[in-house]
Each structure stands twice: as C-alpha cells, then as structure tokens.
Design a protein around this ligand. Structure first.
Ligand code: HEM
Length: 121
C-alpha cells in the first residue's frame, strides 16, 4: 500500500476533486449525478487519508492526527448536509458556515502536520 502514502499528492488530488464536484453540485439546479460522483470521492478521501493516518502514527502526534481525522470527516459531513438539504429545498446557510469553518481548520491542520507540505509548521 506504499503508493497511498509515498506522498500526500493522492490525498490532495481526491479532496481537490471533491471540492470542485461539491461546488458544481451546490450551484447546479439538478445535482443528483454529480452528488453520486462526489460520494465516490468521499470514499477515496477516507482511504487515502486513512492510509496517511496510519503512517502518521510514527510521529507521536496522535492528538493532532485525531483532530485532523475528525475535521476531515466533518467537512465531508457538511458537504453532504448542504446537498441533501438543498435537494429537499431546506435552508442550508448554517451548514455552509460550518463547512467553511471545518474546511479552514482541516487545511490548517493538514499543512501543519509533518508529512507532505508543511509551510505552516
Ligand atoms: C475534505 C476533506 C479533507 C481535506 C480538505 C483534507 C486536507 C488535507 C491537507 C491540506 C493535507 C496536507 C497535505 C500535505 O501537507 O501535503 C492533508 C493531509 C492528511 N489528511 Fe486530509 N483532508 C481531508 C480529509 C481527510 C480525512 C477524512 C482523513 C482521515 C481519514 C484525513 C487524514 C489526513 C492525514 C493523516 C494527513 C497527513 C498529515 C501530515 O502528516 O501531513 N484527511 N489533508
């Protein structure tokens, strides 16, 4: 499984594509197909992030990695809440705000942690 963790690029690729799909789905009037594709990328984010998480246990920063893990899942959760509520014509503002907060926090943690790019460390 070395290819999953030899760099963080695979993980970055999966969440960048997911963010693009999310914004397109959020703006589109019919978002069902894009939403399906986005859900596949959730899985890929979790697989690549999970592999990095296991690798990350070597750094004795379990607390920080735990926070990174939870924040990543929360970002996925907020994307899902926005799209599901949009499809049901329910208000989404609160979940957009939470999405923005969790996204900022997960980017901060990701770039601060030791693997890959860490210009915030
Ligand atoms: C949309 C959701 C997510 C975003 C935007 C995101 C963002 C990032 C970023 C910016 C990095 C740093 C890459 C680098 O330094 O080269 C990263 C690394 C990482 N991510 Fe995620 N991530 C997300 C979801 C997840 C999930 C769900 C998990 C756990 C299952 C996870 C676990 C990790 C781990 C362990 C690292 C390596 C940290 C390090 O040592 O540098 N991420 N992620």
């Amino acid at each position: 499984m070395d290819f999953l963790t030899s760099s963080t690029h695979l993980h970055i690729t999966t969440w960048v594509i997911a963010l693009v799909l999310f914004f397109v789905a959020a703006l589109a009037s019919k978002s069902k197909g894009i939403h399906m594709a986005l859900r596949l990328f959730y899985i890929l984010i979790i697989i690549t992030g999970g592999a990095l998480f296991i690798e990350g246990m070597d750094y004795n920063m379990g607390m920080d990695y735990g926070i990174k893990f939870i924040l990543g899942i929360l970002v996925i959760g907020m994307m899902e809440m926005v799209l599901v509520r949009k499809a049901k014509n329910k208000p989404t503002a609160v979940f957009w705000v939470l999405f923005a907060i969790f996204l900022f926090a997960v980017l901060f943690y990701g770039f601060k942690l030791p693997m890959g790019e860490n210009f915030l460390a």
